[in-house]
Each structure stands twice: as C-alpha cells, then as structure tokens.
Design a protein. Structure first.
Length: 398
C-alpha cells in the first residue's frame, strides 16, 4: 500500500455543511468560506471525501482520490479571518491550491496501472515532485514521488515488476527506462532473481562458461535453445562444442536479438563461422548438416556438395581398385616368368632328361625322379658286372 498526493480545488459557493464555530471539525472537514456578521457568522465546510473537492483547477472534475484511495487533508482551507491556511508543500508541491490531499492506502497492481493509464482523473490529479517535474497519480503510483508532505516508492522500483505491463499501450516498467546503462543494470538484476523469464535468455547464455551452465540448466530460456543446437551439431557429425563455438550466437544465431534483456557486454555475432562451415565441408555426410539451423549462414548447397563428395569418393575407390588389379597382374606375370626360367635348366649332378609334355620326362616323371632312377640303374649294372667277373674267375680255376 502507498500514498499518492494531489492538489485539490473548490468551486465557489459549493459546500457540504455550514458551521457556526470557528472551524469545521478538524481534519475531517475544512472551511472554504464564511458568511454573515460577527456573532452570526457561518462557515462553509467541505468534507475530505466530498466530491465538492475537485482535481481540476478552477473547479472541474471530482475528488482527486475518488476510486484511488482514502482521501485525507494535508492542509488548506481558510482561517476565521478569511485568509488561506498555509500547509506543508503548498507552494513547492501543490501550486498554492486551497487544499492538498493524500490518497492513503492505495493498492497498486499492473492491471490497475493499465486502467489508470487511460483515465483522465489519474492522468490529471497530482503534485510537483520536489526533485523536479509534475507527477500525476498514475506516474506517482508507477515511479514514485517526493513532496514536503511525504514520499512514495513507485511500483516499478520493485525489480520483480520490471517486466510487468503498466500501460494500455503495452509498455512495461523496463520500457520506461531510457538510459541504456540503467536498462542493462536493471535487466541483469531482474535475471539474477528471475532467470526463468523469457526476456532473460540472452543474459542466461552470456559468458565463456555458457555451455556447461546450460548443460546443468537445460530448461532455462536460452539454454534450452543452446542444448538443442549442440545436439543438432553432434548429430550432424560436428564435435567439440566448447572449443569450436566461441559464444552462444554460433549455436543459436540471433539468440540476443529481439525483446530481451542485455548483458553489460553484449554477446557478439559468431566469430568462428568460417571454421564451423569448413568442418561441415569435411564431413562424409554433408547432407546430415542441412537441417542444422546455425549452419544456414554458411551458404552451402548441401545437395550439390554431397554429390561432389560422393563422386570424389567413387573416383577414389575406382582408382584404388584399378591400381590393385594392375599390381596383381604385374605380380602374376613376374611369378610366371620366374617359373619358366627355372624349368629350362637341369639340376646339378643329374642326367639331362628327354623333354616331353612341355619339357618333363616321359610319364610325367620329374627331372629329380629321373635322376634317382638313373642312379639306381647304374648301381644295378655295377653289381651285375661284378657277379659276371666273379663267375668267370671260378671257371678258369677248373
């Protein structure tokens, strides 16, 4: 609950009651005039909650606090001699009005502020701020006021209300801040306390440790997009999120654009775009990266580049096959030549066999086998010769 302040005016001759006393009953009513001779004089009185109090100078409108708060006189009225009564802030805050009132116990909500933003009374009734400038009731409720009679802290001073819509045109407390540095400071304060607000997504992903932070808090605004983006990169075959991506804009382009609170040091556009695009071109399956949103800025014709990649792989495979076949043929030829050269020479210590059936011995006997047979025949011949000689010697002895 807060108090709001306003000057209050009077329309000539209007009053709630007359009093024969020198006053109208204290703070509940104030004198606005008098009539009659001394001893029979009557005082005209207006009650604090009367609509004979006006919020428009000259006597227009109605009670400044009607529908806003409980009206209480700050001061004013006439003395018994007809002179205006001085009161706190009369000239500095309330334009020397006959009265000043305080609307007490005002409950301020965003919906109420939106309603008041189009109401003539709340946009007209008010007072001058001691710090400078006129503040109507709506402005006081939203942003506060300081007067000699008291002060009020506005609805927007509470950081929790920074993102609340307070005007029927859709503007928020934050929108009312014009200084850029103050806007950033207020936004950071708000997001420290309420990081789940969608307008905090840029601040949530600012800084070098945003990847680890987002993996720990994947549902935070901004982090939900970063985690999804990393999965898209990895699914496409791109790795090393912490090393390759310098900032969140590399994963979620434009993450800090639009109606969002900004960090003190803004998240710059991706500085590693070229490295990322080059890594895509080195993939075997380039088309797998076609659906990754962050790679659309690479200006890659994924279909055409995949065809080039496939054609190059097919050519490399064909070249390798042809080379392998050529090497196999050359090897077979060398082996055949070596085999042919070995078949044209007789082994040392063996007889030369008659060449038949392609250079072998008759009946398919190999040169080695022929040598063994020849040696055996030679031995048999020697044995027979010895037998003959022995037998011949025996005959001569008879």
């Amino acid at each position: 609950m807060v108090d709001l302040y306003s000057a209050a005016y009077w329309k000539h001759k209007e009053r709630d009651f007359d009093s024969s006393r020198h006053h109208c009953g204290g703070s509940g009513a104030m004198s606005v005039g008098r009539k009659g001779r001394s001893g029979r004089r009557r005082y005209w009185c207006i009650k604090r909650n009367s609509n004979r109090l006006k919020y428009i100078q000259g006597g227009g409108g109605h009670n400044p606090c009607r529908g806003v708060g409980d009206p209480h006189f700050i001061g004013g009225g006439l003395q018994q001699h007809g002179r205006q009564v001085n009161y706190s802030g009369k000239s500095r805050n309330f334009k020397n009005a006959l009265f000043a009132v305080k609307c007490k116990g005002v409950g301020v909500t965003d919906s109420r502020l939106r309603s008041w933003s189009g109401n003539h009374q709340t946009l007209s009734a008010g007072a001058n701020d001691t710090r400078g400038g006129y503040k109507n009731l709506w402005t006081q409720a939203a942003f506060g006021i300081v007067t000699d009679a008291g002060r009020t802290t506005g609805y927007c001073a509470n950081i929790a209300n920074l993102n609340r819509v307070i005007h029927r045109n859709g503007s928020t407390c934050f929108d009312s801040i014009k200084n850029a540095a103050q806007r950033k400071t207020k936004g950071i304060q708000f997001c420290r306390k309420y990081p789940q607000d969608r307008r905090c997504k840029c601040i949530n992903v600012a800084g070098s440790g945003f990847v680890d932070k987002c993996k720990k808090n994947p549902k935070l605004p901004g982090c939900d997009e970063v985690v999804k983006g990393i999965k898209e990169f990895e699914k496409a075959g791109l790795k090393s999120a912490t090393g390759l991506f310098g900032n969140a804009d590399c994963i979620v382009p434009g993450v800090c654009s639009g109606d969002v609170f900004q960090p003190l040091s803004g998240v710059p556009a991706c500085a590693n775009k070229t490295a990322i695009c080059n890594q895509v071109m080195n993939l075997d399956n380039i088309k797998a990266a076609a659906g990754v949103k962050a790679l659309q800025g690479c200006n890659i014709n994924f279909e055409a580049e995949q065809k080039k990649k496939d054609a190059a792989k097919a050519k490399a495979a064909a070249d390798a096959k042809a080379k392998a076949e050529a090497e196999a043929k050359a090897k077979a030829k060398a082996e055949a030549k070596a085999k042919a050269g070995a078949g044209g020479r007789a082994p040392t210590g063996t007889a030369v066999a008659t060449k038949t059936n392609g250079g072998g011995l008759p009946g398919g006997i190999s040169p080695v086998q022929g040598g063994v047979v020849s040696f055996s025949l030679f031995c048999c011949s020697l044995i027979i010769l010895l037998i003959v000689l022995l037998m011949g010697g025996k005959g001569n002895n008879k």
